[in-house]
Design a protein around this ligand. Structure first.
Ligand SMILES: *Cc1c(COP(=O)(O)O)cnc(C)c1O
Length: 369
């Protein structure tokens, strides 16, 4: 479906049509200068030019550990409980190689980030959907989850892509207890933990304990660094060891200059993140305000860089997104691209400049009025 959408966009753009894409979650703002400068300095130093360590620079692991202590009050051993990744997507995709035998099952959120499912399939595992429903605030009903004696991993993701839902520590405690009871690895994707609004501060799942739990983090969305490819896994030493063992057979670590940039991001001034939160919150208010004017009844999401909403008049995701492409020349991500549970929804990404987002909202207002 995404390929088909891309084809239509390319066709329109080739015909000279000004298409605004709200389909992709990739921050539009540049990486803050102090981070770029740290990378420039490090790249000019020949000591960064050879193979990096599989396990990341000790300084980066220490910086991630310090960040966890300050941000969440969680103590981690940087030696055994933190593994840098070539972007968190890399580790998310490789986790099943470490934990899933052919035919083993993995519980994945539906709708959800497609990599949980595809990583499972690449390991010949079987993804099993845990439905995220609006009436449960897009939290899974774990007691109803189809756990079998072949289930190995439970994936969760808050603030959530695509639903923009958030979870409190109580939910994380519940999920941790549930995973332990059923002998599952609990894997939490925290890519959006820092992008929250209205004063809401997201917890880490590791605040509920690290045994049997692994959390994926990233500088990508927090510091406008999606192109740099630096993330991490943190938590259970056993899980970290297993993931690291897979990685030593596949990749050779992150360019050291980029690790220096990530250290600068995590240890430098954090007001850049505060500014980003303010920018996204303003954009969120514009989008939610526009949709509510048009008859929706949405609550403003408290996290992520997305607005997730039901289509109009029970239209399919594809039909609704096609309608807006044709009538408004605006691209949304069809909810059905995130799993069957996303059918009947669409996702707007807040990662376009303010004036383009305002123009897109004007066009949607006109198209749907
Ligand atoms: C963007 C995103 C990631 C990937 O982040 P990288 O660290 O850039 O690989 C992971 N999970 C979710 C849910 C995302 O939306």
């Amino acid at each position: 479906m995404f390929a088909e959408l891309d084809r239509k966009i390319a066709e329109k753009r080739a015909a000279g049509v000004d298409v605004i894409s709200l389909g992709v979650g990739d921050p539009d703002m540049p990486t803050p200068p102090h981070i770029v400068e740290a990378a420039q300095r490090a790249a000019a130093d020949p000591s960064t030019h050879q193979y990096p360590s599989y396990f990341g620079m000790p300084e980066l692991r220490a910086a991630i550990g310090d960040w966890y202590r300050v941000r969440f009050g969680v103590e981690l051993d940087p030696e055994t409980q933190i593994q840098p990744l070539i972007g968190s997507k890399e580790g998310i995709a490789h986790l099943p190689t470490a934990f899933v035998d052919p035919g083993d099952e993995v519980l994945v959120p539906d709708p959800g980030y497609p990599v949980y499912e595809m990583g499972t399939r690449l390991a010949d595992g079987v993804p099993v959907a845990t439905p995220l429903l609006a009436e449960r605030a897009f939290l899974p009903d774990l007691e109803a989850a189809p756990v079998s004696d072949r289930t190995r991993v439970l994936w969760i993701n808050y603030p959530s892509n695509p639903t923009a839902a958030v979870a409190d520590l109580g939910f994380f405690e519940h999920a941790t207890a549930f995973a332990r009871e059923h002998d599952l690895l609990l894997a939490h994707d925290a890519a959006y933990s820092e992008l929250t609004f209205d004063g809401y501060v997201a917890p880490s799942v590791l605040q509920a304990g690290t045994e049997g739990v692994v959390e994926f983090g990233s500088v990508s969305k927090t510091y406008n660094m999606t192109g740099w490819r630096v993330g991490w896994a943190a938590g259970s030493a056993d899980a970290i060891e297993a993931l690291a063992r897979v990685k030593t057979n596949i990749d050779s670590g992150i360019f050291n200059a980029l690790q220096h940039a990530a250290i600068a991001a995590l240890t430098g001034p954090q007001d850049v993140v505060e500014e980003m939160r303010a920018t996204y919150q303003k954009r969120r208010d514009l989008v939610v305000g526009t949709l509510n004017e048009l008859g929706w009844d949405l609550e403003a999401p408290r996290g992520s860089i997305y607005v997730w909403f039901p289509t109009r008049d029970g239209m399919s995701s594809a039909a609704f997104c096609e309608l807006l492409l044709e009538r408004a020349r605006v691209v949304l991500a069809p909810g059905s691209g995130y799993g069957g549970g996303g059918e009947g929804y669409a996702r707007i990404s807040l990662t376009v400049p303010d004036d383009r987002l305002a123009e897109a909202m004007d066009r949607i207002r006109e198209a749907l009025a």
